[in-house]
Design a binder for this molecule. Structure first.
Ligand SMILES: Nc1nc2c(c(=O)[nH]1)N[C@H]1C(S)=C(S)[C@@H](COP(=O)(O)OP(=O)(O)OC[C@H]3O[C@@H](n4cnc5c(=O)[nH]c(N)nc54)[C@H](O)[C@@H]3O)O[C@H]1N2
Ligand SMILES: Nc1nc2c(c(=O)[nH]1)N[C@H]1C(S)=C(S)[C@@H](COP(=O)(O)OP(=O)(O)OC[C@H]3O[C@@H](n4cnc5c(=O)[nH]c(N)nc54)[C@H](O)[C@@H]3O)O[C@H]1N2
Ligand code: SF4
Ligand SMILES: [Mo]
Length: 731
């Protein structure tokens, strides 16, 4: 037995850990590491349960190929790549490069050596069909910046902010927000509060984060555009905006004034179901009493209807209150692994990236960076014609479980000529794949802290870890990148990896790829490797520079398309308790949420986690239970205009009446799901045939109008299916 330091890679903060290994280098236990530079000993239950995750019975230990009868048989890794390459060659020859697609999820985005591989591979093939979870998550953030414009210097860091305004984000549970601190957030919150940070939280549930709020607004889900417009209305009416900043940097204050004019506090309060005085208190605290720190959103508003409008208005709050760093201020985190940038106190006018360049054949959607919109992926696969996706790589994404409109996504995956799932587990997507190429997991591979969101750390921090544990005995597992490099080599493609052409004649190593990722760091890669805990590289501080002489770009806070949507939202008639959606009437709104012990669809295979949480409960206020004549533990059916799911009820007085709060990532394949065993999949309540946002195809994934009906009798378990490995986990 020995103890080694490393970091967990199950979710974004990459908590520093002390891992006990047995003599075969298998993980025995995991603890938080108090000496970790960022997380100071914090660890969650998922992280502690890593030994069970790494040795879970549904871990796939060697490559598998689906047989004609639907079962899987072992295949050698090289043989699998040969066959996949041959099939790809045939598909590309017959249908062209656009017939090949790739999808990256959390398992790819948390893997520093491999995450650039899918875009590199598709780029080399010449296909645009690159998707990630970003466009079913918070891509509204890019749309807002794309329409308002970008400030060329950072926002105020947490330690130097006197206020934060949070719409539908719960960093104390999700440890993931672009504008708080994901490392040890409860400690960060307590420290910040002790220092005097003011907090405003807007959420239909009194969240763990809301418990620290000075002002807590608990609106109905889906009313964020109304609430944000109301805040702007009050701020402009009272003259609390940063007038000098607006005069110098905003082009269209008058258009903003007229767009928010109708959003008077009484209208907003009535529509959102909040108190007009609380709205005023929030506006006053944010804009008048505090001067540093801004507003941000999370998945709640970004999944509800009008998500791009909400994000636009929240960013507008930041703009009109001038909540950006100014000339002369020191940038708290100029980055370590990414190239250092010059920061200037100036605006880049709205780039509206998606309006030029490639447009999708389905719906004519543009691109965000090199990504297409996930909301149309199923149709890109199902819809015949030029450019139809026929071969798909799922890289670290459990598409068959987590995609909205689950039934349609599953149908699409089943229709593919080639589905390759690059994933360590026999999950729902694996069960539909032609090939499952299992990979090493976190502690089994060399890694770096994630370079593309390193700016989310409070300080310029980076860390390397060696592979500390061995893959399970008897396994044949590879590092994820080997799959894409091996296929590119077979197809004669030149990969450009993180901007650098790779040598395709001799196979790289994980370390050589990580050295490329770290090529901009202020220390040599070998030096970084030698720093057991990584480092905070506060070298050559960067200060915000003055605007370039003559620079005249301005923010556009109320462009015509946003003004049209503002007016549309205002004209909507909303009657709470009787929501109309596609001709049907619904009583409640469903709000999405995250739970501490699971990460999307992951960790359901850990027995200790299932003991705490056998399925995804529907959380309802106790008054709702009384009104529905049900008790905690009873089953309900939740029905939207797209489908129905069963759920067991938990009484929860933090949830606003009128709302059902339930998480995604549960259930299994639609026709095989048995609630008792699997929980239920909220993706079945979402349609991607309609309700897609016109810019980023964002589906309606929160604030979904639903009806709730008590189920007379419990759903009886169906006979187990031997192939469903998940079912072997005892609840
Ligand atoms: N433990 C754990 N951590 C995770 C994840 C996980 O599954 N488990 N998932 C990871 C992922 S993929 C992501 S993207 C991040 C997301 O991180 P967050 O965005 O912080 O996600 P949540 O914790 O669900 O917080 C969303 C909040 O929005 C509220 N909400 C729902 N609908 C609305 C609405 O219409 N308006 C408003 N104002 N609020 C609403 C919910 O009540 C909830 O409190 O978390 C990451 N971290
Ligand atoms: N209804 C509804 N649907 C949602 C959401 C919602 O709130 N409501 N949230 C959406 C959001 S924000 C997101 S980000 C998505 C999440 O979508 P995904 O990212 O697809 O979700 P995860 O379940 O986290 O899947 C990660 C996968 O990576 C695998 N994995 C783990 N480690 C590795 C590795 O080292 N290599 C490889 N190759 N794979 C690995 C895991 O086994 C797992 O299958 O779900 C979205 N879907
Ligand atoms: S929060 Fe938990 S799962 Fe995420 S990195 Fe830290 S220990 Fe791992
Ligand atoms: Mo996400």
């Amino acid at each position: 037995m020995r103890e080694v330091k490393s970091f967990c890679r199950f979710c974004m903060p990459f908590c520093g850990t002390k891992v006990t290994l047995d003599d075969n280098d298998q993980i025995v236990s995991v603890k938080g590491d108090r000496e970790d530079l960022m997380t100071s000993g914090y660890i969650c239950f998922k992280g502690v349960q890593a030994p069970a995750s790494f040795s879970a019975p549904d871990r796939v230990l060697y490559p598998l190929k689906r047989q004609p009868d639907g079962t899987f048989a072992r295949i050698g890794f090289e043989q699998a790549l040969d066959e996949i390459a041959a099939k790809l060659r045939e598909i590309i020859q017959q249908h062209g490069p656009e017939a090949v697609g790739g999808y990256r999820g959390a398992g790819s985005l948390l893997n520093a050596s491999a995450t650039s591989m899918v875009p590199a591979f598709l780029g080399a093939i010449g296909s645009h069909k690159h998707f990630t979870t970003y466009t079913i998550d918070q891509s509204a953030k890019s749309i807002a910046l794309g329409r308002i414009g970008l400030w060329n210097a950072p926002r105020h860091p947490l330690h130097d902010s006197d206020v934060r305004l949070m719409f539908g984000v719960n960093p104390l549970v999700s440890l993931a927000t672009s504008y708080f601190d994901m490392t040890n957030p409860t400690k960060r919150m307590k420290d910040a509060r002790a220092r005097g940070l003011k907090l405003i939280v807007i959420d239909p549930r009194r969240t763990e984060t809301a418990n620290y709020a000075d002002v807590f607004l608990q609106p109905y889900p889906g009313e964020d555009p109304t609430v944000a417009a109301g805040l702007i209305h009050i701020i402009l009416r009272e003259g609390w905006e940063d007038k000098a900043f607006c005069a110098a940097n905003v082009a269209d204050m008058d258009a903003l004034r007229s767009a928010v004019a109708p959003y008077v506090p009484d209208y907003v309060a009535k529509r959102a179901g909040i108190d007009a005085d609380d709205l005023y208190r929030a506006a006053r605290l944010f804009a008048h009493e505090c001067k540093r720190g801004g507003g941000s959103t999370g998945t709640g508003p970004s999944m509800a209807p009008h998500s791009n409008l909400t994000e636009h208005l929240v960013e507008t709050l930041n703009v009109i209150c001038g909540r950006f760093m100014r000339e002369g201020e020191k940038v708290a985190n100029p980055g370590v692994l990414r190239p250092r940038q010059t920061h200037r106190a100036q605006v880049t006018a709205a780039p509206r990236w998606w309006e030029s360049g490639y447009k999708s054949r389905i719906g004519g959607f543009g691109m965000l960076g090199d990504e297409m919109m996930s909301g149309i992926l199923s149709d890109e696969i199902l819809e015949p014609g030029d450019g139809q996706v026929r071969a798909l790589f799922a890289h670290g994404s459990n598409l068959a479980n987590i995609m909205p409109d689950q039934r349609k996504m599953v149908r699409a995956l089943q229709s593919l000529e080639l589905l390759v799932n690059v994933d360590p587990y026999m999950n729902e997507t694996s069960r539909l794949a032609h090939y499952i190429l299992p990979t090493k997991m976190g502690y089994e591979r060399e890694d770096l802290t994630m370079f593309f969101y390193e700016s989310l750390y409070a300080e310029p921090y980076a860390r390397y870890t060696p592979a500390i544990s061995a893959p399970p005995p008897g396994s044949e597992l590879v590092d994820d990148w080997e799959i894409f490099w091996g296929l590119a080599k077979r197809l004669g493609l030149q990969l450009t990896y993180d901007g650098v052409p790779l040598d395709m004649s001799s196979q790289p190593t994980t370390d050589s790829l990580l050295a490329l990722v770290a090529r901009h760091a202020p220390v040599q890669f070998e030096e970084l490797k030698a720093m057991e805990l990584g480092g905070i590289f506060d070298v050559d501080p960067i200060h915000v520079q003055a605007a370039e002489p003559g620079h005249s770009d301005r923010f556009t806070v109320m462009p015509a398309d946003v003004a049209v949507e503002m007016a549309q939202v205002y004209r909507q008639t909303v009657s709470h308790g009787a929501y109309v959606s596609h001709g049907q009437v619904f009583t409640h709104r469903l709000a999405t949420r995250r739970l501490r012990d699971v990460q999307n669809s992951c960790h359901r295979n850990v027995p200790a986690i299932r003991q705490r949480m056998p399925y995804n409960y529907a959380y309802l206020h106790p008054d709702e239970l009384a009104a529905l004549g049900i008790e905690e533990g009873d089953r309900i059916e939740i029905t939207s205009d797209a489908g129905s799911i069963p759920a067991e009820v938990k009484a929860d007085n933090t949830v606003r009446p009128g709302v059902v709060s339930i998480t995604h990532g549960w259930g299994t394949l639609p026709d095989e799901t048995d609630y008792q065993r699997d929980g239920s999949n909220t993706g079945l309540l979402i349609s991607t045939d309609r309700d897609l946002d016109p810019i980023n195809a964002m589906p309606r994934m929160s604030a979904i109008p639903v009806n709730i009906r008590p189920l007379d009798k419990p759903v009886m378990p169906k006979a187990g299916n031997g192939q469903q490995i998940l079912s072997t986990i005892t609840l």
